[in-house]
Design a protein around this ligand. Structure first.
Ligand code: MN
Length: 154
């Protein structure tokens, strides 16, 4: 067929051309789904994760987290990590995590919980979480854990 006017080569993004571009990153940013209903925690966690170079999408309850995660999986680009507050309205983190796993969700899920009780960790793991952070969230532990669980497994 006629190819007049059909662009055969699309413009490539310039690399390193902008003087005020951020330092190049070694890899694509991690895409994090943050499920958290508390506004203060949302702000704080988005701040920490963004400053660490990650891309953050916020869900304000378990139902929204479930919907966003499954939608990302359907597009073939699931979130790299889910941070799941365990105490949320609509659907709590335990139920949202269990349903995600039932639906075949493979990416890591990190539980966030206000309770640093000994039985809590086990309950989170049984629901399908990979690991656990107790509130108040320590920034360094948060970033280290997200990067560790998101690393490709050998
Ligand atoms: Mn909560």
């Amino acid at each position: 067929g006629p190819i007049d006017g059909v662009p055969m080569v699309s413009a490539l993004p310039k690399s390193g051309a902008s003087g005020d571009a951020p330092a190049p990153q070694a890899s694509v940013p991690l895409r994090v789904l943050l499920a958290e209903d508390g506004e203060d925690n949302q702000r704080l966690l988005v701040h920490h994760l963004s400053r660490a170079g990650m891309t953050v999408t916020v869900a304000v309850n378990g139902r929204e987290a479930l919907d966003l995660a499954l939608a990302s999986a359907r597009t073939g680009r699931p979130f790299d990590v889910v941070l799941m507050d365990m105490q949320m309205p609509e659907l709590d983190g335990y139920e949202a995590t269990a349903r995600l796993r039932t639906e075949g969700w493979k990416a890591p899920i990190i539980a966030l919980t206000a309770h640093a009780m000994s039985g809590d960790r086990q309950r989170c793991l049984e629901a399908g979480c990979d690991d656990y952070l107790a509130k108040p969230i320590d920034r360094d532990r948060l970033i280290e854990l997200v990067r560790r669980v998101a690393a490709p497994r050998a």
